[in-house]
Write a protein that binds this ligand. Structure first.
Ligand code: SAM
Length: 239
């Protein structure tokens, strides 16, 4: 299998992403800790602080995977729907929720590009480390806009491109050499982690992604870079 996905057709990318997460689901949480040195937990905390979930509000956590964001939102009392295209990831998430004693989350198999939810259903939409895996990003942003009520908030946590000189070289070397090796050692899956790195490299930079959010109809779009933009929190409002 080759993960150089510039050449592959749309359906192939969606299927390939499906295969990747199917394979890594069981080891996904361990790998996140290994690859980020535990930092992803801090980024997720920072992200949820920015969302400021309120008790009782309806939040759609898209590409919610094994539930890391959803659990943080639910602990703040929000009414959370976790949606993901991959049943294996959702399965791991449901089991984790059970073990943590977190009840009342809704779990839904959904493609971010074509949601089955009605218009203006949610107060907020979150997507963490998910949007770069989506084949048609403008379609997913359009759907986010559609399912939000007026006054609803959109938040995206994603890897981006750091603007810190020097740091970029260190990161490139780390990601190209070490991450696939960690993937091999921990998840016995070097190719999937090569794909993940490649998808980060191809993702639009911060100004470009902010513009895409505005093109989808959101207003007051903004970006909060973390580590110079290695990771970024983008947000916008539907009016
Ligand atoms: N949000 C979780 C987190 O932060 O730990 C999971 C992130 S994981 C890197 C990316 C998730 O995106 C996977 O669970 C994958 O199945 C999901 N995904 C990929 N393409 C998708 C799509 N088109 N629609 C919905 N989910 C998708």
């Amino acid at each position: 299998v080759s993960f150089g996905y510039a050449e592959v057709a749309r359906e192939d990318k969606t299927r390939m992403v499906g295969d990747v997460f199917e394979r890594v689901a069981k080891r996904y949480d361990i790998m996140n800790d290994a690859m980020s040195g535990g930092l992803h937990r801090l980024w997720k905390d920072q992200f949820v602080r920015r969302v400021k979930p309120r008790a009782g509000e309806a939040i759609l956590d898209m590409a919610g995977g094994t539930g890391d964001i959803a659990f943080r939102l639910a602990r703040a009392g929000a009414d959370v729907t976790v949606a993901d295209i991959n049943p294996a990831m959702l399965g791991v998430g449901m089991e984790r929720a059970r073990r943590k004693g977190l009840e009342g989350l809704l779990w839904a198999e959904e493609n971010a590009e074509r949601l089955s939810f009605g218009d203006r259903r949610f107060d907020a939409y979150t997507i963490a480390f998910g949007i770069r895996n989506v084949t048609d990003i403008p379609a997913a942003l359009g759907e986010a806009h559609r399912v939000l009520r007026r006054g609803g908030r959109f938040f995206c946590l994603e890897f981006s491109t750091t603007t810190w000189p020097g740091f970029k070289q260190v990161y490139d070397s780390y990601s190209h050499h070490l991450v696939p090796r960690l993937g091999k050692a921990i998840a016995q899956d070097e190719e999937s982690y090569r794909y993940l790195i490649e998808s980060i490299r191809r993702f639009p930079d911060m100004p470009r992604f902010k513009a895409m959010i505005e093109e989808a109809g959101f207003v007051r779009a903004s970006v909060e870079p973390i580590l110079g933009g290695l990771v970024a929190i983008h947000s916008g409002w539907k009016i």
